[in-house]
Design a protein around this ligand. Structure first.
Ligand SMILES: [Zn+2]
Length: 448
């Protein structure tokens, strides 16, 4: 069902909005009044019928819809500057809004890399200009992501982009001394180092999870221990220096165990899992279709089960998309030649719905926690991940849980089409997204 819009106040924009009968966090139906940038009132459905009387008010029929706080992605590749053929800040954040996101963290492996105040400010300004969601640049840990010397972490933190998350994602900070120094450095401004955990000497030439499938296909295997060894090392380093580590895209059952152990010690360790690692396995590589080629690789059904359980019990803090757009020529080629990565912003909530809600592992209130509140906290991002309550920023998503549709990449706003979910029937539909009281998405389409 789509939300019928009856407008008494001109074109969509900031103003007064009344969302009738939608269910905050999947609970009891309520009327939600938005005034300016904030939620003004949340009242039992029907009680708010005459609210906004005397003012121009746009009414949305929220019957059957769930209201969640705007989603926050800790791990998005927007590709600008440098690879605008794959994605731009504008196209990537449009995709984010359509997926229900109100904030994304833009990874640093652009060309040039986001390793100076100048580049992170450029990305941040492009996000403001596009206006679809808040863009928080992630700063590189090492200059040029080369893994040899620290980037200008302090200058990026002090810049207009106010960088708090640093990562060489795409590359692992393999040098333990550099990783230790980075963890020490960011303590001064409450920063966090987000590690792409992959011991490079164990994954030279690796193409696919090391196991039955890699052996059958004759592709070089990618052992779980390459990820787990770095996570274990970094948890120990974070504890040693008393700093904050975030583990990107956890993909193995063993990694979940190590993070559970580190958390039991009270160390400042957080972790994310991607939607694709929650739903897909390496069996899909049987046809050599590079749309399933990703770093870290798809793993086994036992790993998927452990990742789901880890997200459900909070060992894994949050879902992050690792949205990694690539042009057609980089993906529609032989497996060994193809680029690693999958798009994910426009399908993330629907995949989590399928993998976690329809399996009974998470309710909608926990989805709000894992896809909004916790990633906002890890990113040191105020103004996002807030409750759906009066006085809070009106950054929310309206989601129809009863919808079912086949994923059609040609309808995506992303410039790239490399989604592994193409043709898959998934539940749910993002109906509307609001960023501080202004709709970025209405009736499932970008609001102009
Ligand atoms: Zn990565």
């Amino acid at each position: 069902m789509s939300a019928a819009t009856s407008t008494a106040g001109g074109s969509p924009g900031q103003g007064t909005w009344l969302i009738r009968g939608a269910r905050p966090l999947g609970g009891t139906p309520a009327d939600i009044l938005i005034e300016g940038e904030s939620i003004a009132e949340v009242t039992p459905a029907g009680a708010g019928r005459d609210r906004g009387a005397g003012r121009p008010v746009t009414v949305l029929d929220g019957d059957g819809l769930i209201v969640l706080p705007g989603l926050v992605d800790l791990h998005t590749h927007l590709r600008e500057p440098g690879r605008e053929d794959a994605e731009t800040v504008a196209s990537g954040t449009a995709a984010a809004a359509l997926g229900g996101f109100t904030a994304v963290h833009a990874m640093a492996n652009t060309e040039p890399a986001a390793d100076t105040a100048g580049v992170v400010e450029q990305v941040w300004r492009l996000g403001v200009a596009a206006g679809y969601c808040d863009v928080r640049p992630v700063g590189a840990v090492t200059a040029g992501l080369a893994g040899t010397q620290l980037a200008e972490l302090g200058a990026m933190a002090d810049s207009a982009a106010r960088v708090r998350v640093f990562s060489d994602d795409g590359q692992c900070v393999a040098d333990a001394t550099l990783m230790r120094r980075a963890l020490e450095y960011v303590k001064a401004f409450d920063g966090v180092i987000a590690q792409h955990a992959q011991e490079p000497r164990l994954t030279k030439g690796a193409q696919l999870n090391e196991g039955v499938m890699s052996a059958r296909l004759g592709l070089a295997g990618w052992p779980a221990v390459a990820e787990e060894a770095i996570i274990a090392r970094d948890c120990l380093l974070a504890a040693h220096v008393g700093s904050a580590l975030h583990v990107c895209h956890v993909s193995t059952a063993g990694s979940v165990e190590i993070i559970r152990w580190a958390k039991s010690k009270g160390w400042q360790v957080t972790a994310e899992v991607t939607p694709h690692h929650l739903l897909l396995t390496d069996d899909l590589a049987a046809g050599y279709d590079p749309v399933y080629k990703v770093n870290p690789p798809l793993r086994t059904a036992a790993d998927v089960a452990a990742l789901r359980a880890g997200l459900a019990d909070g060992t894994i803090d949050c879902v992050a998309t690792d949205h990694a757009p690539h042009p057609v020529e980089s993906k529609e080629t032989e497996w060994a030649e193809a680029a690693f990565g999958m798009t994910g912003l426009e399908t993330a909530l629907r995949v989590v719905h399928e993998a976690m809600v329809n399996t009974g592992l998470l309710d909608w209130s926990c989805v709000a926690d894992r896809m909004s509140a916790r990633p906002a906290a890890i990113g040191r991002l105020t103004g996002h991940g807030r409750p759906v309550a009066p006085g809070e920023p009106a950054s929310i998503v309206l989601y129809d849980p009863a919808a079912v549709a086949t994923v059609d990449p040609s309808a995506h706003a992303s410039r790239s089409r490399n989604t592994p979910f193409a043709g898959l029937k998934l539940p749910g539909q993002v109906v509307a997204t609001f960023l501080r009281g202004r709709p970025t998405v209405l009736d499932g389409k970008l609001a102009s």
